[in-house]
Design a protein around this ligand. Structure first.
Ligand code: NAD
Ligand code: TYD
Length: 359
């Protein structure tokens, strides 16, 4: 059985990856997660039910801890998801992003390098460090620009994107300088079960279920390229199995949509799945001030991973969104438990009174 040390496995994508890895028998998992606000206790509880799973609460930047875990668990791969991940929070508190995404990744790499150098030849050959990054490192596209390719120059615009770009460069340098067998993936916007309701799609679902405003930044015409989270996790498994060491792979859902269209589609889906007397979900849509420096368009060209590794997404936006909404409808206890004091404080700090007033 392969052994995966997963960082940030209590967050959205990490938890989906761990769940799939354990239910589909990809290997055993040690999950190292700091349990920040983005790690939902109910998500951790779901993972605890699965076989071949261990959890350690801790920081990826804590070198003695990481050293200890590497020595005792002896992983065949490190799958590095842990990060501060919300652009709006990075605008408010960039230092947290530098600390985890840059310093944390640097510390992790240093310990992983030492561990990998001490492995016997066969295990050293087999070992992989997979770094999960974002399309946001490439900056913003104009309406007619071709989608991001792996060789698109980096041009990060938010503190979040800059911190992820810095971590990508560190990973690249550890491969180039020390030969550490790294692979980096840059994916587009994920959606699906277990996503913390501060990101667009789960925020809108939770607001709509509460009959509260759906805040759209600016004119709602910013474009994102949507990827169903399980498709992303399967792509990562494919990269682990077949990816060429030192390479980067873009992962996307071939699904560009303006935000307003995403939210309208969501409203229409809720109208069908959960009709409520006197509630037209679309009427909850509320335009609010734009995000500072808001990137206009992201789009991924995923032909490299399709051509070289044979991966492609299984879900369309319509099938993925329906699965997502059905999951949130079936897990309202999860949604309720996510409404912590910290979460409510974030909504008030970020949106003011907009979110609580019925439009
Ligand atoms: P998330 O915010 O949902 O989860 C992050 C997890 O990391 C949480 O469980 C948190 O507790 C943990 N964590 C944070 N700081 C830590 C630290 N110092 N040490 C250990 N654990 C720590 O994030 P996500 O959406 O699951 O994203 C996972 C990765 O994918 C991130 O690296 C992110 O940059 C990248 N990514 C996400 C998306 C997306 O759409 N969600 C898109 C592109 C790339
Ligand atoms: P988000 O989910 O924060 O992901 P990212 O900024 O990493 O792409 O936002 C997705 C898009 O939705 C982005 O263009 C910003 C927009 N957005 C809103 O219009 N309103 C909101 O309340 C949020 C959170 C996002």
């Amino acid at each position: 059985m392969m052994k995966f040390l997963v960082t940030g496995g209590g967050g959205f994508i990490g938890a989906n990856f761990v769940r799939l890895a354990l239910t589909e028998g990809w290997g055993t998992v040690l999950n190292l997660d700091k349990v920040t606000y983005a790690c939902h206790p109910a998500t951790l509880a779901m993972l605890e039910q699965l076989p071949n799973y261990q959890f350690v609460r801790g920081d990826v930047g804590d070198r003695p801890l990481v050293q200890d875990l590497l020595q005792s668990f002896q992983p065949d791969a490190v799958i590095h998801f842990a990060a501060e991940s919300h652009v709006d929070r990075s605008i408010n508190s960039p230092q947290d992003f530098i600390q985890t995404n840059v310093v944390g990744t640097a510390n992790l790499l240093e310990e992983v390098k030492t561990y990998w150098q001490q492995l016997p030849p066969g295990a050293q050959e087999r070992f992989r460090f997979i770094h999960i990054s974002t399309d946001e490192v490439y900056g913003s596209l104009g309406p007619e620009d071709p989608p991001f390719r792996e060789d698109t120059p980096y041009a990060p615009n938010s503190p979040y994107a800059a911190s992820k770009a810095a971590s990508d460069h560190l990973v690249r340098a550890y491969h180039h300088t020390y030969g550490l067998p790294t692979l980096t993936t840059n994916c587009s916007n994920n959606y699906g079960p277990y996503q913390f309701p501060e990101k667009l799609i789960p925020l809108m679902i939770c607001q709509a279920l509460a009959g509260q405003p759906l805040p759209i930044y600016g004119d709602g015409q910013n474009v994102r390229d949507w990827l169903y989270v399980e498709d992303h996790c399967r792509a990562l498994y494919t990269v682990w199995q077949k990816g060429q060491v030192g390479q980067t792979y873009n992962i996307g859902g071939n699904c560009e949509k303006p935000n307003l269209e995403v939210v309208q589609t969501l409203c229409d889906l809720l109208q069908t799945l959960l009709p409520r007397p006197h509630l037209n979900y679309r009427s909850l849509i509320t335009f609010v001030s734009d995000r500072p420096g808001h990137d206009r368009r992201y789009a991924i060209d995923a032909t490299k991973i399709q051509r070289e590794l044979g991966w492609q997404p299984r879900e369309t936006f319509s099938s993925g969104l329906e699965k997502t909404v059905q999951w949130y409808l079936a897990h309202q206890d999860w949604v309720e438990a996510a409404r912590t004091a910290d979460y409510s404080a974030w909504l008030v700090t970020h949106y003011g009174s907009v979110l609580t007033h019925r439009p």
